[in-house]
Design a protein around this ligand. Structure first.
Ligand SMILES: C[S@@+](CC[C@H](N)C(=O)[O-])C[C@H]1O[C@@H](n2cnc3c(N)ncnc32)[C@H](O)[C@@H]1O
Length: 275
């Protein structure tokens, strides 16, 4: 079926092929998605009805992680797999605390990168890179050469709900380690990751649905997720269910819409520091 292509959609994208970034945008209630994305997202919701709650809990973790990192004095953020801009983007949170905070958004999805560039490209200290996080050398090189981030000072690397899309054969732990090695002592890593520990059958079905996207994904066990953060000392409470990572009862956007049932979220999160 031929579908209308809106003006904001880059010419090179196949709007009939669902994208992880646009399905996530749909679950968040955004408008940068196409019929194919919405149809596949609904199929994912059929096998995992809590998906929209999980994405909200994930964004709530991101907000708490950025607030914590700002409290710890971090003023530079490298947001890898940042997604299509939504409410409460990293620069909004960080620059509320310090207008001089620097944020670089990186995403391999053309719509995410184009929309981020259109919306955020002109903001002070905010930059957008259309790139694949599996090439740390290129991303760090570009951010350093362009003066967007100063890698001699601490940087928080955010990889929030993105590592599921990096299969084992691409060695995600080595990729994370490359960012660790590129950042100064006192830098941080924040991650969240879907887990297959609680509902292996249901998340197996979600994986099946996602094979039809541009970036198939995998859920991992807690031990496997922990192994993706080598060389980082985890801040308390460690790698835990995302809703239990420093919960903020004052968060107006329902950080826990499923009343504490961690099995229904199946989402782990952690923040670590390396010296
Ligand atoms: C589930 S969304 C998460 C968005 C955001 N980090 C958040 O937590 O709200 C995953 C994002 O990762 C991006 N992504 C997946 N693989 C990537 C890669 N290899 N390089 C850069 N971005 C990637 C997708 O395009 C998508 O925007």
């Amino acid at each position: 079926m031929v579908r209308n292509r809106p003006l904001w959609a880059p010419e090179e994208i196949d709007i009939e092929r669902p994208s992880v970034a646009r399905m996530y945008d749909y679950f968040l209630g955004g408008s940068h998605n196409f019929a194919a994305d919405r149809e596949l997202a609904e199929q994912a919701r059929k096998v995992f009805p809590d998906a929209p709650h999980v994405v909200r809990a994930n964004r709530a973790f991101l907000r708490r992680a950025v607030a914590t990192l700002c409290d710890l004095g971090v003023r530079q953020f490298l947001d890898l797999g940042s997604g299509i801009p939504t409410v409460g983007n990293v620069h909004e949170l960080a620059q509320r605390i310090d207008p001089g905070a620097h944020v670089v958004y990186v995403d391999s999805d053309p719509v995410a990168a184009a929309h981020a560039t259109a919306l955020l490209g002109e903001r002070a200290h905010v930059h957008v890179l259309h790139a694949d996080l599996r090439d740390p050398e290129a991303i760090v090189g570009e951010a350093a050469r362009s003066g967007w981030l100063d890698f001699s000072r601490p940087v928080a690397v955010l990889i929030v709900s993105v590592l599921p899309f990096i299969p084992d054969e691409d060695d995600p732990a080595a990729i994370v380690a490359a960012y660790r090695d590129a950042t100064a002592p006192g830098s941080y890593l924040a991650i969240s990751h879907g887990t297959n520990d609680y509902q292996p059958e249901a998340v197996g079905k979600v994986e099946g649905v996602y094979t039809r996207t541009t970036q198939p994904g995998v859920f991992r066990s807690r031990a496997e997720v922990l192994a993706l953060m080598p060389g980082y000392e985890l801040l308390p409470p460690g790698l835990v269910d995302a809703i239990r990572w420093r919960p903020d009862p004052c968060d107006a956007d329902l950080p826990d819409p499923l009343d504490g049932d961690v099995t229904r979220y199946s989402l782990l999160a952690a923040v670590g520091r390396h010296d």
